[in-house]
Design a protein around this ligand. Structure first.
Ligand SMILES: [Ca+2]
Length: 545
């Protein structure tokens, strides 16, 4: 043994129990102070580590982190000044301290046998996707995931490993407080050893587990941790990866539009559509991305023919549209500011939120600047319906709810419509489409390349409706898709739902995303993310805070 606990001056309340065999070392209170339950729980955690870690390391840790506590009002604390503190009756509680060099074998410890009357050990774990089994809870206070769970995902809790040292039965009680301090419902109930909760809000959520002896002294141990509920990132600046990433979509054929007895008349007649492989932005275009465009904007319109869908002749930029674009960067910023929405003249907290207040022409120009183009209406619907899976909604066929889409002002969990109802892009992971695209339904509507016009029933082979659009800027409507964060008609979230609007008039609730050719700007698309899945990797367990 390389080092030891060198000071164990525990007043009259502790003795040392040492079992060399199996490297089990425990320092335990011989009597319980019921007001010191938290402190004892902390001590027990250290002891648990002693029991499972290589002994030399565990002892070194114990020495490096003296456990000092004041017991009052049921709470424990470690004095910041390093002084020891008094227990219930004034006895000094101190364990650990500075470690001198090797001071001898373990037999130097005062080894006695017998353990009695110390409080149950709370062990708090959680998992962000449905656990595979009762051992699949990789996270605890000591190994929080880098990216917390997204709002509106389920967080699974486990009290596995919590036990009474003397083997008595224990009971459990969970508390979860959201960032406002409100207590959240626990499923199935707060006394379950395996439970879950559902965070609505972004921010720190505090989870507390109390474990109580069912009999005898009914001592209580308590563990607490805080997890930060955050959206699936696009980055805070709205620009850094993966904000601009495209997700590859394989080609295929699907039924565009809706059957005659489904949806609105403008979705009829349904028709076959064939789509070549392409890449579609994972997220809606953010304020930050648009700011990058604006920073380089000098009033130069796209070149004639730029931004065309490659298999749709005549779908590129037309010179007669040049007059629709602002003449300068300042004019552009002013126009968007006048419209409102998420845009701010200076960099602000909304960089990762979707940009609205952009006309169809301006959206077109942005995509050309970004070496991309607007998706065709058929491409957008193909992505939203999952191609031949023919999903009703991007996430599948389940009825819309705030779990799946940002719509109907439901996002912030409060009944009124507020700015907070339009969060950063990618905030609702469970709404991801078949190929991983986020917010296709909801958040902001999305301009598509096509003129908005009735379907004819003719098959679409990588088509784009460009009829009449090149001859005038008289307001021939362009299509937009997917619903927005305010609109409370859930039918708007359907993949086949379609609308049209004057391309020259920006709206707060209409944004866009861009498409690009297959094989370009396409990082590994991979499978769509599960709701809130975080790859925890190899993580140890057993920590209690
Ligand atoms: Ca959208």
């Amino acid at each position: 043994m390389d080092s030891l606990i060198t000071r164990v001056s525990l007043g009259g309340f502790f003795h040392v129990n040492c079992k060399r065999a199996g490297y089990t070392v425990a320092v335990v209170p011989s009597k319980l102070n019921d007001r010191c339950a938290n402190w004892f729980a902390a001590a027990r955690f250290t002891l648990a580590r002693l029991a499972v870690e290589p002994l030399t390391l565990a002892l070194a840790l114990a020495c490096a982190s003296p456990l000092l506590a004041t017991c009052s009002s049921g709470q424990a604390r470690a004095p910041a000044d390093g002084s020891s503190a008094d227990a219930r009756d004034g006895s000094r509680l101190e364990m650990g301290g500075a470690c001198p060099p090797d001071v001898g074998p373990a037999t130097d410890l005062n080894c006695v046998s017998g353990v009695a009357d110390f409080p149950p050990v709370p062990v708090l774990h959680f998992q962000i996707r449905p656990p595979l089994d009762e051992n699949d809870y990789p996270y605890a206070a000591a190994n929080l995931p880098l990216d917390g769970p997204p709002p509106r995902s389920t967080v699974y809790l486990s009290a596995q490993g919590s036990a009474d040292p003397e083997g008595d039965a224990v009971s459990f009680f969970w508390n979860v407080q959201d960032p406002t301090g409100a207590y959240l419902p626990i499923d199935p109930d707060p006394t379950a050893p395996y439970a879950s909760f559902y965070p609505n809000l972004v921010g720190l959520h505090t989870i507390t587990l109390e474990v109580t002896e069912a009999h005898g002294l009914r001592q209580t141990g308590q563990a607490t941790l805080a997890i930060d509920v955050r959206p699936i990132p696009c980055a805070d600046d709205g620009v850094s990866p993966p904000c601009s990433d495209g997700m590859a979509i394989p080609g295929g054929t699907f039924v565009a539009g809706s059957a005659d007895d489904v949806g609105f008349p403008n979705e009829h007649p349904s028709h076959m559509a064939t789509i070549a492989p392409f890449v579609l932005d994972k997220y809606e275009v953010t304020v930050g991305r648009f700011r990058s465009f604006l920073a380089e904007y000098v009033g130069t319109p796209p070149a004639s023919g730029a931004g065309a869908a490659p298999l749709a002749p005549g779908s590129g930029w037309a010179n007669l549209w040049n007059i629709t674009l602002p003449v300068s960067q300042d004019d552009f910023s002013f126009a968007i500011s006048e419209c409102g929405g998420t845009w701010t003249a200076d960099v602000g907290p909304s960089e990762a939120r979707p940009i609205g207040c952009v006309s169809w022409y301006e959206a077109f120009a942005f995509c050309v600047w970004d070496h991309k183009r607007l998706p065709t209406e058929a491409e957008w619907e193909y992505a939203a319906t999952g191609g031949d899976q023919q999903r009703t909604y991007p996430w599948g066929n389940e009825a819309p709810s705030a779990d799946f889409a940002v719509y109907a002002c439901l996002f912030d969990g409060r009944p009124t419509c507020a700015d907070a109802d339009l969060p950063v892009v990618g905030s609702v992971a469970a709404g991801a489409g078949r190929w991983g695209h986020l917010d296709l339904a909801g958040s902001v509507w999305e301009w598509v390349l096509d003129v908005y016009a009735p379907y004819t029933g003719a098959p679409c082979d990588n088509c784009a409706n460009v009829i009449a659009r090149d001859t005038t800027v008289d307001g021939t409507p362009r299509g937009y898709r997917g619903g927005d964060y305010q609109f409370d008609d859930p039918s708007s979230l359907r993949a086949a739902s379609r609308y049209g609007f004057d391309p020259a008039y920006p709206q707060q609730t209409i944004g866009f995303r861009c498409a690009s050719p297959a094989g370009v700007s396409a990082p590994d698309a991979g499978p769509p993310p599960d709701a809130g899945t975080i790859d925890g990797g190899a993580l140890d367990v057993g920590a209690v805070q």
